[in-house]
Design a protein around this ligand. Structure first.
Ligand code: ADP
Ligand code: NA
Length: 329
């Protein structure tokens, strides 16, 4: 069985993009992989996080992941800061990666914007830590959304340079598993931006704990255009908002974009948005109610993370110790 690693930042309640681009696939991949799922709190603090809120959100995300079907009997779920191997290997990788490589990372450019000198140094070296997250377990399969593709290429560059510099085939190459559909869910308010839990506007995303009325309202207000839906996929060109809503519908209902357009093509957004609301509510409601139940058991959630950290550490510790020996520590 191949070892799989994936992470999510505890910076808010997971949104529909996290679910379609990552979490839903994690649940399916549990079937035939040895999985390690990580709440990356060390990544989260690359931008300011209120300590109380961060702690609370780490538990809330644990609840959402368990409610979504992550199986902690057979797989591992933990928070990054609880296993020190991540920080230690992350430092080694800061010294392996070249500044020129990091300068090419588009996510840093997107997040930092024009004011790049005012951001934390952590935000800049984030991809090095991400490489450490994966390679501390010698994981080879990494299911992610489209936005992480470049970071995984960097992970492979780091692994290769480490192996070359220290003269051993130590770290494996990793494979990004990007879903064919739903890998880049866009904001409901702006079809040019990805849906994100860190977007200041909660109207831009559907959160996994939203109730049916909230979902209905967000979809009703979602940006669209004044044309009817096209009957052919080609008709979605230059209509990012329409494409996004149709993609969400298709991905959640397990059909293709062409099928959805076959059904709704020629109609206005009104009836389509009503149908989309039903599909989203059906997917989210059971997860939201199970999350609510689990949130009443913070002790259980803490124990789950603690147990996960112990099991994760048992895998990472010998690998990272060996990397440290190779470096000369
Ligand atoms: P966010 O941007 O919401 O804070 P994270 O950085 O925590 O998300 O990413 C967690 C996982 O969710 C990653 O695998 C990422 O690729 C995926 N993901 C994040 N946003 C989206 C999106 N809009 N569409 C599809 N996948 C996404
Ligand atoms: Na992100």
């Amino acid at each position: 069985m191949q070892r799989l690693f994936s992470g999510i930042q505890p910076t808010g309640i997971p949104q529909l993009g996290n679910y379609l681009g990552a979490i839903r696939n994690w649940v399916a991949l549990q079937q035939d992989h040895e999985c390690i799922f990580c709440l990356v709190d060390m990544h989260a603090i690359t931008t300011w996080q209120d300590p109380k809120v961060l702690r609370q959100q780490t538990l809330a995300q644990t609840a959402v992941l368990l409610a979504s079907g992550i199986d902690v009997q057979r797989h591992i779920l933990f928070n990054q800061s609880a296993v020190s191997a991540h920080a230690r290997l992350g430092w080694i990788f800061n010294c392996v990666a070249r500044i020129g490589w990091l300068n090419r990372m588009t996510q840093f450019k997107d997040k930092a914007g024009k004011d790049r000198e005012k951001h934390s140094a952590g935000l800049y070296v984030y991809p090095d830590l991400m490489a450490a997250d994966i390679l501390a377990y010698k994981a080879t399969v990494v299911p992610v959304g489209d936005d992480q593709k470049q970071h995984l290429e960097l992970t492979n560059d780091i692994a290769q340079k480490f192996n070359h510099d220290y003269g051993v085939e130590f770290f494996p190459q990793v494979e990004a598993l990007i879903p064919p559909q739903g890998a880049r869910v866009m904001s409901l308010r702006d079809g040019s931006k990805k849906m994100s839990k860190s977007d200041p506007s909660a109207q831009s995303r559907i959160e996994m704990t939203d109730d049916a009325d909230t979902i209905a309202l967000k979809i009703k207000r979602a940006k669209s255009d004044s044309e009817p839906l096209p009957s052919e996929v080609a008709g979605l060109e230059n209509r990012p908002e329409a494409r996004n809503l149709v993609t969400i519908y298709a991905t959640l209902s397990g059909t293709t974009i062409a099928d959805v357009l076959g059904q709704f093509g020629g109609q206005g957004f009104g009836p389509f948005k009503t149908a989309l609301t039903d599909v989203v509510v059906n997917a989210i409601s059971p997860i939201a109610s199970e999350t609510e139940r689990l949130l009443k058991e913070p002790g259980f959630l803490c124990d789950t993370l603690r147990d996960g950290a112990r099991r994760a550490g048992a895998i990472a510790e010998p690998i990272v110790s060996e990397a440290e020996t190779l470096v000369g520590f």
